[in-house]
Design a protein around this ligand. Structure first.
Ligand code: COA
Length: 532
């Protein structure tokens, strides 16, 4: 075990500058969190209070165990979507403990557009479903939604279908879903309780029907009221859609907690009992990462601020130095860490490939920490087979069957993002720092490459270049690429499971590890063909 001594000078100008710059981005992040936490307009919230109903996060608070950690996921989904319902959409997704069991909670925000499902919310639901399936987590849906956001129906339709399909597959595998219905669940929305293994409905409030009174009148000329078509009492005594009838919201949540305690045994983690705190203050993380990501920093300084006892065992310390590979523990859970310490060279890729094979042999989950602009380019590196080594690493990441968690702390560009288990390589969880950037390549490089391509093309066609136009196009392209690589855009598209305050790294990783360790971890020795 190496216990490294920090070389960070907390009184130095570099640290102070970095800290100030990261703090500024965190303030921006906080302002977006505030928007996301706003559960609808003042009028809608007032109306809900008048109806004597709880808000989504208040229900979650009652459902969760006291004094146990929890994290909210994808809270900025839809942040940059035009025509959507704003940051976070109309659902709150939380990973936390209910009756001692780690669960995923999916709570409709009924005070935002009646909880109608906009595109961002459908992306959140899909991702929640994937997290539940891969980590075998019980899901609890707190239902009160006006169904699909009708103007968005084309973009929501298939995502929602997939959500139902995966719910069914989980049920088949014995991974239950519970629905607690507090209000409307109309049309497609009625299948959330319908497809759940267990359904609880609140008396006088739950309305679960395929079509409400006006539509039924239009379709069949039948006169029927809400209760006859979909009331909690009717579903609990006549149709059988409901398994438990609750008197009010608090009673419904109590039934859900009791149910969880009956169908799942809480796992007391032996690992967590042995957890040790880091020896350094997490707040110092803010002063470590340079505001200008072109400036290098030692990734070890970051790691030692969230791993147990700040101790790790480094693998091949003096080989492929731009890729740090080490074993450590986070909240007692053993983990292999693969972290960028610069551009990926041939040796760095080989070292990480070797390390992934070892993690699979020892059934150890892997944490990928991204801060790279990609693989090293240039004549020497191409001739030495950079593509072969990079492909080996990508094969290793794609083929590895131990759980992967990704953390983007800076740049994550090009094939470097793939090799570090970016979104397209299906990490179980992916979190980003608010300064992170991701895309095919950096904005300036992308605009510069386009300029060269355009010049070459014009030359081969004997065309005269309009220099002013080209300059303007280049500027526009760089601006657009920068915007699209920004974390606010990528998190809006649910490319990650949440942008986090770097000081919360240990908390997020601990819960993610608790989730991945709650089922069997099994590595593989079968990978795609390693081109030599
Ligand atoms: N799509 C888009 N917007 C919707 C919506 C939907 N499915 N359901 C509700 N909304 C919007 C309303 O237009 C309103 O928007 P506004 O604040 O900009 O005016 C807002 O959500 C609140 O709706 P409101 O009807 O005032 O809330 P309520 O609590 O009194 O009633 C419902 C809630 C769900 C009973 C009612 O909105 C409703 O019947 N919605 C349609 C349900 C449906 O048939 N869905 C089928 C889709 S699969």
């Amino acid at each position: 075990m190496d216990e490294i001594k920090s070389k960070i000078d907390v009184l130095g100008t570099k640290y102070i500058e970095n800290y100030a710059s990261m703090k500024k981005i965190i303030n921006e992040l906080e302002s977006y969190f505030e928007v996301s936490r706003q559960e609808g307009s003042k009028e809608q919230i007032k109306r809900t209070r008048k109806r004597n109903k709880l808000l989504a996060r208040e229900k979650i608070d009652l459902l969760l165990d006291d004094n146990k950690p929890f994290i909210e996921l994808m809270s900025l989904a839809g942040l940059k979507h035009e025509g959507g319902f704003g940051a976070g959409g109309t659902t709150v997704v939380v990973l936390g403990y209910v009756s001692g069991v780690l669960c995923l909670i999916n709570a409709n925000v009924a005070t935002r557009k009646a909880g109608a499902i906009d595109y961002a919310t459908s992306l959140k639901n899909l991702r929640l479903s994937q997290i539940a399936s891969e980590n075998k987590l019980l899901t609890i849906n707190l239902v009160e939604s006006g169904g699909a956001n009708l103007p968005d129906q084309d973009r929501v339709f298939n995502n929602y279908g997939k959500f139902f399909m995966e719910m069914s597959q989980r049920s088949k595998q014995g991974i239950p879903s519970i629905s607690v219905v507090f209000g409307n669940a109309t049309a497609g929305g009625a299948y959330v309780p319908g497809m759940s293994d267990y359904t609880i409905m609140q008396k006088n409030n739950a309305k679960v029907f395929l079509a409400g009174p006006p539509l039924v009148k239009m379709a069949t000329n039948e006169d029927a009221n809400d209760e006859e078509l979909g009331g909690a009492f009717m579903h609990s005594s006549i149709s059988g859609v409901s398994d438990f009838l609750a008197d009010d919201e608090k009673h419904a949540i109590k039934i859900a907690r009791d149910l969880v305690s009956k169908i799942k045994k809480p796992k007391i983690s032996q690992y967590e009992k042995e957890a040790l705190s880091p020896r350094f203050v997490d707040d110092e993380i803010l002063g470590i990462i340079p505001s200008n990501l072109k400036k290098p920093f030692d990734i070890r300084e970051l790691i030692m601020r969230f791993i147990d006892s700040s101790e790790y065992t480094e693998f091949k310390e003096n080989y492929g130095k731009t890729m740090l590979c080490c074993w450590a523990k986070i909240n007692g859970y053993p983990i292999g860490i693969i972290a960028n310490n610069g551009v990926i060279f041939i040796e760095s890729a080989r070292k990480a490939t070797h390390f992934i094979q070892l993690a699979n042999k020892s059934n150890t989950p892997l944490l990928f920490i991204h801060n790279t602009t990609g693989f090293m380019v240039g004549k020497k590196h191409e001739q030495n087979g950079m593509i072969n080594s990079g492909s080996q690493l990508i094969h290793a990441v794609a083929g590895s069957t131990v759980p992967h968690i990704s953390l983007q702390v800076g740049n994550s560009y090009g094939a470097g993002n793939y090799a570090m288990c970016g979104r397209s390589f299906n990490p179980r969880f992916l979190f980003s720092y608010p300064n992170a950037k991701s895309g095919v390549m950096g904005a300036d490089q992308l605009a510069g490459v386009m300029e060269i391509v355009k010049r070459k093309s014009a030359m081969s066609l004997n065309k005269v270049i309009d220099e002013n136009l080209l300059l303007e196009e280049k500027k526009k392209l760089a601006e657009q690429a920068d915007k699209k690589a920004s974390i606010w855009h990528t998190t809006s598209e649910v490319w990650d499971d949440g942008v986090i305050d770097p000081r919360d790294t240990r908390k997020y990783l601990s819960l993610a590890l608790s989730a991945v360790y709650s089922s069997e971890i099994k590595g593989t020795d079968s990978f795609g063909v390693f081109r030599m």
